[in-house]
Each structure stands twice: as C-alpha cells, then as structure tokens.
Design a protein around this ligand. Sequence first.
Ligand SMILES: Cc1cc2nc3c(=O)[nH]c(=O)nc-3n(C[C@H](O)[C@H](O)[C@H](O)COP(=O)(O)OP(=O)(O)OC[C@H]3O[C@@H](n4cnc5c(N)ncnc54)[C@H](O)[C@@H]3O)c2cc1C
Length: 468
Amino acid sequence: MFRLINASLWLIVCMILNGSKMKKNIVIVGGGISGLALLHYLNIRHYFDDEVSIQLLEKGSRPGGTIQSTREDDYLFENGPNGFLDNKPNTLKFIQEIGTEEHLVRASGAAKIRFIAYQKALHALPASPKDFISFKLLTPLDKLRILMEPLLPRGKKLDESVYDFGRRRLGRKFSELFLDPMVSGIYGGDAHKICLRAAFPRMAELESKYRSLFNAMIRLKKKGGMPQGTLTSFTGGMAQLMDVAAKKYADQIVCNTEIKTISRNGPQYIVYSQDTQYKADELFMCTPAYRAADLLKSMDASVSESLLQIPYAPMAVIGLGFANESFQCLPQGFGYLNPSSEKRKALGVLFDSNIFPERAPEGHLLFRIMIGGARFPDIIKKSKEEIINLALDEIQQHFPTKASPKKVFYRMWPKAIPQYDQTYVHVKAKLQDQLKQLPHVHLNANYWNGISFNDCILDARNNSMAIS
Ligand SMILES: Cc1cc2nc3c(=O)[nH]c(=O)nc-3n(C[C@H](O)[C@H](O)[C@H](O)COP(=O)(O)OP(=O)(O)OC[C@H]3O[C@@H](n4cnc5c(N)ncnc54)[C@H](O)[C@@H]3O)c2cc1C
C-alpha cells in the first residue's frame, strides 16, 4: 500500500515537472556547412524532445554559404570548396546520415601527381623518399639541412608562423618551396603571418609530443601510419550535400531571411529579420566573424571588436574550359601551386577535370584558377574582365594555346577565408573570455576551430553537445 502511494506521488511530481517544462527555442543564424551540420546534430540530440524547437535562418535563397556548384554546358564548376579529404570518419558518418553516401566521388588516381611552379616551369613534388633524394629544386645542402631535423630541440614560441616553424626545423628552402605554397593553397594566406599552432594544430602537437617531425612519422607509422585521405566530392558537386540536407530539414530552415539585429530580453535573445522576430534560448552564430560582429555589437561591443580583429583574405575563383585539341600537351596530374617567389597573382591552378573527369564534357578540360589571397589583396579592385585575363595569362604561362576558352566561370569572394594569423590565438583567447558576458550565445563557424569542410562538421557536432 505504502509503495503504491509512493509511486503515485512520484507520477504526479513528474507530471507537474513536465507540465511546467518550458519550451526551448534554439536559433541558428547562417546556413553554410557549419549551420547545416549543427542543425543536423541538434536534431539527432533532441530527437525525442518535443519541448525543443530548432530554426535555422539563412540570408540567401538556399543554404550552402560558400559551397556552391554551378553546372552549365556539361561543365561542373565549384565556386567555393572543391572537395574534402575522406580521412575523417566523422564527416563520412555525417554524409551517410544525411543520405548522400551513394553520390560520393573520389579523385581519380591519374590526379595523384602534384606540381610546384618554380622559375616558370612545373616540377612534380616528391611523393616518396626516393623522389625526395632525386628532387632537383633542393640542393644537397638543403637536403642535409632537412635530415638534421631529428637532432633539433622543440620550439617555444606560441604564435610562431608556419614559415618560421619550417625554417627552424627543416630549413629556409623547405619553407619557401613547400610551406609557403601550402599555406596560400589552403588559406589563401601568407606563411609568414599564419600561425602554426592555430592553423595546423596537429603539426604543433606532433612537435610538442615527439620533439621531431621525423620521430613522429616513424612512431606513428609503427602504430599504423597517419591517415592520408583522398580528395572527395559528390557526383553533383559539393552543393549536392547541402541541397539534400536542406530538403531533409526543410521545415526548420527559413531562407531569404537576413538577420538585421539581435537584442537581449532577460535570459532570452530576440533575433530580428526585416519583418519577423525569433526568440532564442540558445543562439548559434554560424555567419562569418565580421557579420557576427555586426549582429552582436549592440549587446556587447567588446565581443564585436574582437570578432572584427579576425582578418579575411579575398579570392577570385576562375574556371576555364577548353577543348583538349587546343593544347599540344595536356596537363597531367592534380594541378600546381605558385610559391610567392614566383611573384604571380594566381595562387595556383587545379586541373579539375583530371581530378574529377565528369567536371568537363567529353574531349574537354576544365582549369580552376585561384587568384588573390593575402598575397594579392588588391584583387578586389580589379574588374571581372581583368581577373579573367589574369587567369588566362596564368594558363598561357605553362600551357600555351592560341585558342580561346569554350567556357568561362567567375566567382569573386571579397572575404573568402579567415586568416588564423599570429594575432588570432590572442584574439580567440580574449573572445572566449568576453563571451561569458553573453551566456547561451555560441560561435560556430569556420573562424573558430578550423576552416576546412571537415573541421566545420566536427565543430558543429561538438557544439551541439555544448547545451543542456
Ligand atoms: C574559394 C574557397 C575554396 C575553398 N576550398 C576548400 C576546399 O577545397 N576544401 C575545404 O575543406 N574547404 C575549402 N574552403 C573552406 C570552406 O569551404 C569554408 O571554410 C566553409 O565552407 C565555411 O562554412 P561556414 O558555414 O562556416 O561559413 P559560410 O559558408 O560563409 O556560411 C555562412 C552563412 O551565413 C549566412 N549569413 C551571413 N550573414 C547572415 C545574416 N545576417 N543573416 C542570415 N544569414 C547570414 C550566409 O549567407 C552563409 O550562408 C574553401 C573556401 C573558399 C572560399
């Protein structure tokens, strides 16, 4: 009898608690990969919770942010990211959960060789220790300097640039030939300014754990090696994933909705578009840093100021489609990068249709030229015509032809990629502290925990667990 009364009482208490449970509104501002992945993970996390409402508000007519694929005349041009490395199980699981696994395409084996432009000629980058020994751009002295790496002590500087890190461990020539173009290829950045610890944390971690990069390689090889990864995309281009995700969560996504201001009302935030207000108990900012700065300014000027200290590099992406017969010698391999010593406006060229053959019609090829970056920020002052001419000039330098392109694609990103530079580590630490003044506001975009597609998805997953 006593047990029965106890159980009934417990049931009543539960009913009262449930009855009084407040509905929680989660608002996501921005529908690039960061916002969409977050929407997915929050839905998984709150699958059984009727008391949670989740909405994603996106300025554009469709979600995707910088992920935009254009199909025209049987060419497929990527305006933003070209693909992602398939060595992160978290990304592959995300793709499977969204339902686009069957559309995955891996880079063709023929695109394995990568080149570097040096003194106006293309040189294949060494892919094995044997290639390295015969690699002509490094003198025997440069090679000896590289081989001294295991003898060197750990570095101490927290905000050391990628260039300085390379010079300290592997010599100046290594930094110039390999790290300088790698940084401009990934970040559109300047290797003298990009901070190793912020932009390539894994490399900094390996030095701190194993002292030497060579030692790290040997130790990790014994444990099964470092995952390499293959560049991967979708048959319909990168935007295919975004479109499928947008369809899956259509009833929670509001497009053509630019957020204008955000204010605070006690524990809640009020998010204002042109004509609607959204109440948020948890607010995720998935816009670029400079947009989050505008939107958070009226609530906390210091957060806004710090966000504005994260610089962005501009980038123009040009696609040039030609008939194969326009060239005596067709490009081989993946593409090439220009080290800054080449003094070119283009950061590099990808041979897109070698990587993913279905990106150009039969008998044609597609080049993708990246121009600008931190090295050439004045790109934003050039006209579209001037930029296309720069791209044509870049192609002519290594693949001379009298033919005109059959197809031209053009995309300018005035603020393409956030720069994890030497001030970044300090700005981020400051921001983490300042954000305590805005409880339940979360920053979730590519300027926070890595710029790559893979990083954005992982960060979204981690952030989805940050709320109770
Ligand atoms: C040219 C280029 C090439 C790249 N190549 C690669 C690559 O090959 N591989 C790779 O891994 N990564 C690559 N990246 C990086 C990667 O694509 C990006 O870091 C990532 O896509 C950024 O996603 P995000 O969601 O954080 O931001 P974004 O894609 O910038 O999304 C932000 C969203 O917020 C919305 N928004 C902004 N303001 C408001 C507002 N006020 N109200 C509502 N919505 C708003 C925007 O419309 C946008 O949809 C590349 C980036 C660029 C630019």
